[in-house]
Write a protein that binds this ligand. Structure first.
Ligand code: CA
Length: 617
């Protein structure tokens, strides 16, 4: 355990120590210095210690090599009035430097470096000392401070105690240390790393100053000063004699530890808090990678944050890309999600699995295998939220295990369900087409075909009413062009009877409120026996919406019929050729009637579309 150094307070250092003692009060509080009483993390400092205590100092001469015993322990032992020691550099040639190196064993943030001389008097010999540090365990060194009574002469730089610019804050200054501080037992030379540095009040927010005070090793070099004047005789020069060397500082724990203790191998390590890790608490602890590591500051403790993996992983990584996309809030990406989960937070189910909504997301069985039917589904994939499998055509159900409406089970494993006519409309449509047998009906009428018709009437439909298997239409017969021998049709109100099935299929297509030309079937074609007193229309009857310009032609046919120009009706006699006069004069009479039979009533309300092509027929 490192001892807290007993500080020799010099006037230069008093300001610094007041800062230290203020923070030191936190150590004795009953609460963890790294956490508020309510558990929130806070900036904390590791103990202020003498980092050199107990460390053997390597003393070496630039030309003579190491001191006889190489490692000097009396410079860093317990320093008190009962244990005053004095190490004297062996006398040697006048040229060359004595170099004292203190390996600290880890990164420290150094506050001061102090030297205590054995003698009480001010050294009469010109002092020329360099203080250096290493941040890489002694591989490279950089100067921190120079002391000389003649800075321009010895170091080529002015004598200066305060850095003039921010840039100069991290440059070594040179100053005359005299008069030295008198301490019990000898004179003291103390170098304070932040003295004269303008940014030192903002130390916690100044990475360059934090870097400036960081060191793994400290070195003090006593330069031999050769002047133009010949050196004084050896006996007159006091030898280099030191009793104590201290390095005051804190383990560099970046504000994330209040303690620094030696591990099993004797190295001092930070006892990291705030979910940080590493010898300097300079990385985030495993699984606390949701945002980048930061040094703690008094205003923001910057703890490392755990990844959110919903309990399905204990491994994650940081992704700067994800972090940026989140607005610099969260960059943790879970790895190796277990329990069939996936996603950045293990918040989804793997392909082939679906969320069991009855269980919380963190439950081990939150994701259940898709239950897709091997034949009905395409693959084993299902919707992660609903569990809906991807069904083949004609297959339905969450698991794709049923045939959809309109489909029935087939025999092919590739098409487990095949289409069937189950829709009423499909059924009716198919049946009506074969029942009515019309499609594009072209009605060519000349005198011969006219004469064969059972009846030809112009009538208006007034109403309709169901009557058993029949529909009874109230019609108003406006013109009787032809009435077959068996009919008793007269002008005026009549009843027109239509079989329910025929009307249901749209043959004939009659609509209340419209006027039609109703053309009865050719005699003998009707599939049922006519009742004497009834005017009947059925699937063999044509109902065409009335066009006024048909009237003259129809009147012409009627006149010829009345004059006895119709061919005889005896089927046994040779059928006469059609009226040659009419034919030759091109007076055939055509209807292009797209019959409505294929569009049953109720499916479409459109009436028969009729176009007549009188001339082109
Ligand atoms: Ca000592």
């Amino acid at each position: 355990v490192m001892d807290v150094v007993q500080l020799a307070v010099s006037p230069q250092l008093s300001g610094m120590f007041s800062v230290i003692s203020r923070t030191a009060a936190g150590w004795t509080s009953p609460h963890d210095p790294c956490y508020h009483p309510d558990g929130r993390p806070r900036h904390c400092l590791s103990e202020f210690i003498n980092a050199a205590y107990g460390v053997a100092v390597n003393a070496s001469h630039s030309t003579q090599g190491p001191d006889s015993d190489g490692n000097v322990t009396t410079l860093t032992d317990l320093h008190n009035p009962h244990n005053l020691t004095c190490w004297m550099a062996p006398r040697g040639p006048d040229a060359g430097d004595w170099v004292l190196t203190v390996p600290l064993g880890r990164r420290f943030e150094i506050t001061y470096i102090s030297l205590q001389f054995c003698h009480q008097g001010e050294p009469s010999d010109p002092i020329s000392i360099s203080v250096l540090k290493s941040m890489d365990s002694g591989r490279t060194w950089r100067p921190m401070q120079r002391y000389s009574s003649d800075c321009p002469g010895n170091f080529g730089q002015p004598s200066q105690t305060v850095a003039q610019t921010r840039h100069q804050e991290t440059e070594p200054l040179c100053s005359d240390p005299r008069p030295l501080q008198r301490q019990r037992g000898g004179m003291v030379l103390a170098f304070s790393t932040l003295d004269g540095r303008p940014s030192s009040p903002d130390f916690d927010y100044s990475p360059t100053l934090q870097d400036w005070v960081t060191a793994t090793d400290v070195r003090v070099v006593f330069h031999h000063v050769s002047r133009n004047a010949a050196p004084p005789p050896a006996p007159l020069r006091p030898p280099l004699a030191l009793s104590d060397l201290q390095v005051g500082g804190r383990c560099k724990c970046n504000g994330h530890a209040s303690r620094c203790r030696r591990d099993d191998s004797g190295r001092a390590v930070c006892v990291c808090e705030h979910n940080t890790a590493g010898p300097d608490c300079d990385v985030c602890e495993d699984f606390y990678f949701d945002r980048p590591w930061h040094r703690a500051t008094p205003t923001n403790p910057n703890p490392c944050i755990a990844c959110e993996c919903n309990g399905h992983s204990n491994k994650c990584r940081f992704s700067m890309e994800v972090f940026q996309q989140s607005g610099r809030r969260s960059g943790g990406v879970c790895q190796k999600c277990r329990h069939h989960t996936a996603g950045r937070h293990c918040q989804y189910c793997q392909n082939g699995y679906t969320r069991d909504q009855t269980k919380p997301l963190s439950h081990r069985k939150a994701c259940q295998p898709c239950q897709c039917h091997p034949l009905g589904a395409v693959g084993r994939w299902c919707n992660q939220t609903s569990g809906q499998c991807l069904c083949r055509e004609g297959v339905t159900g969450l698991r794709c295990n049923r045939c959809a409406p309109g489909y029935k089970q087939g025999k092919s494993p590739l098409r487990p369900c095949i289409r069937e006519f189950t829709h009423l409309s499909d059924l009716l449509k198919a049946e009506c087409v074969s029942y009515c047998q019309p499609s594009q009906v072209k009605v060519r009428m000349n005198l011969e075909t006219y004469c064969l018709k059972d009846y030809v009437l112009k009538l208006q439909v007034r109403g309709m009413e169901r009557s058993g298997p029949w529909w009874q239409f109230s019609v108003s017969v406006q013109t009787v062009y032809r009435a077959g021998s068996s009919s008793h049709v007269r002008r005026g109100p009549q009843s027109l009877w239509v079989p329910d099935r025929d009307l249901g299929c749209g043959c004939p297509a009659l609509h209340v409120g419209r006027t039609f030309l109703l053309i009865g079937a050719e005699e003998g074609e009707r599939g049922w026996g006519p009742e004497e007193s009834r005017l009947v229309a059925d699937r063999s009857t044509l109902a065409l919406q009335w066009r006024e310009h048909w009237s003259p032609k129809l009147r012409g046919f009627r006149g010829q019929d009345k004059r006895g120009r119709c061919p005889p009706r005896n089927p046994l006699t040779d059928r006469r050729s059609p009226d040659t006069d009419l034919q030759s004069r091109g007076r055939d009479f055509c209807f292009h009637a797209r019959h409505m039979a294929a569009q049953p009533r109720g499916i479409t309300a459109a009436a028969a579309s009729v176009s007549d092509l009188n001339t082109a027929c």
